[in-house]
Design a protein around this ligand. Structure first.
Ligand code: KG4
Ligand code: ZN
Length: 335
């Protein structure tokens, strides 16, 4: 059988990324141009600026990915691209670049859902063993996805309001921390005590959905009320209490789903997978279950990247999934 060389392209938010993956599992290159420094001064991602940055970076990033992989476009088997969800103007840049390459070099075009990509980052690290459950937690997503085989995705839970990372970033802003605030809160949380009883949104009995806006508001109100009363709250305690609330809900819902769906493997992905509290608590709780494999890919594969899109695209390619040149970015794409 011929080797499979898939170029992946990802531009759904604030990372311009391109990567080449061989046979679905071997990373030949994985180039990411992050825009964090540009968006930092605005306290969050500015969509218009993101699109403009992608336009400036996309060709450079793709060429660098090809150079590092030591391949010509004619060596590729196909081009995989994030079709959605994400910021429409940002997605469009990647989709247009992928379509142009597919047309110019007569390559198959493979559309990939961003969350499917996050899950398939796992395949670059370890074999996927089904059925599996993925907890994808980032600045834009909080999703629990069940997979019974390759290419089959069932979203069993998602956030009804803020994503977990978004809640971290908003709370961090109240504490005057720079964007993105997640890592700062995480660090501070380990110096404090979880002595403030913030709400946990369990939602209806049996629901795997999440909600973080109530918790976020509770934290913000606690800070403002204390300020008005002239009291001081120890920021580290606030961070620890907030983190405990977030982690407890994420982990307990995941554990319950593992039991209900009898999965063999759990995958943690997305930028919030860097969170030490989440990693530690999830590791402990999954270990208690016995016989369930927990995979947390290295951080460069957990945050937005294109190797995960190429890895997913490789599986989709083999399943015969193709798009034609009418492919359009879809900011609200369903999994
Ligand atoms: O996956 P990602 O790089 O980008 C997308 O949102 O797609 O995730 C970024 C998010 C930000 O909200 C950031 O604050 C959060 O991940 N994050 C963390 C940590 N590191 C990054 N949140 C909590 N604890 C961390 N250690
Ligand atoms: Zn992402």
């Amino acid at each position: 059988m011929n080797d499979l060389y898939i170029l992946g392209i990802e531009t759904s938010c604030d990372e311009t990324a391109a990567a080449v993956v061989k046979n679905g599992t071997q990373i030949l290159s994985n180039v990411v141009a992050s825009q964090i420094e540009v968006h930092k001064r605005y306290g969050g991602v500015v969509p218009e600026i993101a699109s403009r940055q992608h336009v400036e970076q996309i060709t450079i990033v793709i060429e660098e990915a090809m150079r590092q992989a030591e391949l010509n476009f004619s060596d590729l088997t196909g081009v995989a691209v994030t079709q959605g969800p994400g910021l429409v103007g940002a997605l469009l840049i990647g989709v247009e670049a992928a379509k142009t390459l597919a047309f110019a070099h007569s390559l198959p075009l493979i559309p990939v859902h961003h969350i499917a990509g996050h899950i398939y980052a796992n395949r670059l690290v370890k074999e996927m063993t089904f059925p599996l459950l993925a907890l994808v937690v980032s600045g834009g997503h909080t999703e629990l996805v069940y997979m019974k085989e390759h290419g089959h995705f069932k979203v069993i839970g998602e956030t009804r309001d803020d994503a977990a990372g978004e809640a971290y970033d908003k709370v961090a802003r109240v504490l005057s921390m720079p964007y993105p605030g997640g890592p700062h809160i995480d660090r501070l949380a380990h110096e404090g005590e979880a002595n403030i009883d913030f709400p946990r949104a369990w939602l209806e009995e049996g629901s795997y959905d999440f909600s973080f806006s109530g918790l976020k508001s509770a934290v913000i109100n606690t800070v403002h009320n204390a300020e008005q009363r002239g009291e001081t709250i120890e920021p580290a305690d606030l961070a620890a209490s907030f983190q405990t609330s977030v982690v407890e809900v994420l982990v307990e819902k995941t554990v319950r789903a593992v039991q209900e769906y009898q999965v063999n493997q759990v995958i943690l992905a997305g930028g919030v997978a860097a969170n030490k509290g989440l990693r530690n608590h999830l590791t402990e709780r999954i270990a208690e279950l016995g016989n369930v494999d927990l995979v947390i890919p290295p951080m460069n594969l957990c945050t937005d990247n294109a190797a995960m899109i190429a890895a997913c695209g490789s599986v989709f390619f083999e399943k015969g999934i193709r798009a034609d040149l009418s492919l359009n970015a879809n900011p609200g794409l369903d999994l």
